[in-house]
Design a protein around this ligand. Sequence first.
Ligand code: GLY
Length: 578
Amino acid sequence: MRALSLAVALLAGDAAAQQATDAIAPEIGAFEAQAASAPVQADEWMVVAAHPLASRAGARVLREGGSAADAMVAVQLVLGLVEPQSSGLGGGAFLVWYDAASGDLTTLDGRETAPLHASPLLFQDAAGQPLAFMDAVVGGRSVGVPGTPMLLAEAHARWGRLNWADLFAEAHDHAAQGFEVSPRMAASIAANADTLDRFAATRDYFLPEGRMLKAGDMLKNPAYAKTLQTFAEEGPAPFYTGPIARQIIRAVQSAPETPGTLGALDLAIYEVRERAPVCAPYRGHEVCGMGPPSSGAIAVGQILGTLAGHDLAAMGPDSAEARRLIGDATRLAFADRGRFVADSDYVPVPVKGLLAPGYLQGRAALLEGPDALREVQPGRPEFDHAQLRGDDDALELPSTSHISIVDRYGNALSMTTTIENAFGSRLMAGGFMLNNELTDFSFSSHEDGRPIANRVEPGKRPRSSMAPTIVLRDGAPVLVLGSPGGSQIIPYVANAIIGHLDWGMDVQAMTDAPHATNRFGTYALEEGTGAAALAGPLRAMGYEVQLQGLNSGLHAISLGEGLQGGADPRREGLAIGE
Ligand code: GLY
């Protein structure tokens, strides 16, 4: 085991995004994490999640014969307590499910929705200028209707095998009897203390009597225990039409300075949506995930499709040429994402056109030559609703959590779950954090007079980067993965797939591998790792290079001769299998 010391997470990106990020408190401060050297092996089932208590809750359920959906419920309920900076019942999630009995793949969209009173001007000042990011994040204005409670119930109703109430035991016990504050949670509180201090319920919980919680403190959350009791007994209805809904509305509408409009009707009409999975071929596999309102599967599929003609395996992970190709393929995908991808219930999204082999061959042709692309523009995918669109300016910061599970029946589940920023809007209701997911919309509504696909609209779901993924070979799952990390999720997931399929890394090695990502032009290399050696060659190709912390949370399971699980050494997660 070796210890990694990672510095504060920063976004790579264009100068404006970078400048904005410099001024923003991140999810964590510096922290220590352990890197495992080998994947966890198992024969029957495996769960990988971002906190040991969450993984253990999932393992108990799987050991008792529960399905991956049952285990996910237990994991998520614990994560919302012990990792409140990242996900929970006040947020949203996307779930990808492989069903062993039918061979079907299903994707469920539990993304938050904008209130019916929201308008494209939500995050603009009186002069029509976009607000500073953190001014928009903190308070009631950024809160969308939470989707996670309904998603948990929907997944259990479709695929659960154990009793619903039996899935709450660990979360309820930890909330009622107390749990140990982890180093990551403590660092996250310290990094965000100024905004957590702004709301009484949040302050009382995270900064009791003016003292910041620190690692090792025992913390109880009786309000969350009560919420869990209600959820266990009555299902999700109380979150949407009952007493928990009223707590959410009160917290949002009475937030000082920035109240939101989210109200009873918004919650009452919320629904989880089943969407068509988005799959793309790569090296004889199908890489499948979540379509709009997430940009995750489209962008990952585009990156891989653009690289298909290159022998990355021969080049290897230390090759600057491989990094040029991957980095510029990623930039091209991000340019398309910024122009075309949003909630497809509101704007037509050319999913097929963006992933069409002919279109991607044209994009791949742009990568010819030895140097970094000077300029990257969105392409012109085949589109049956051709529309002039502006480019989006949404800024997504690293937060979120990912859960990968395979059960004894051969079902596989990949779910990325979020409250958006660290501690979301900083508002609490019922012992859980309320999301700030609406800041995943573009703050600008138009660019040069052209409407932006991902602008705010009533009832719309903000575009996401979350990329819960299941990779299939001959119709059967071989890799289950995903990551948190804001818009860095897309390169983290694409690079991990390349690590596994091209470079032969097992799931732990691909998770440990030093990060090198490029979304908007600047090449971000993970400081303190071997990736730093790429700086010189990439600069010589014309890239601006930045060494920084790259705070992924990749959690992956491979399926073949048995199961192998890998948890990201940059976080506190754990793989458990039997
Ligand atoms: N809020 C992170 C994402 O949805 O991509």
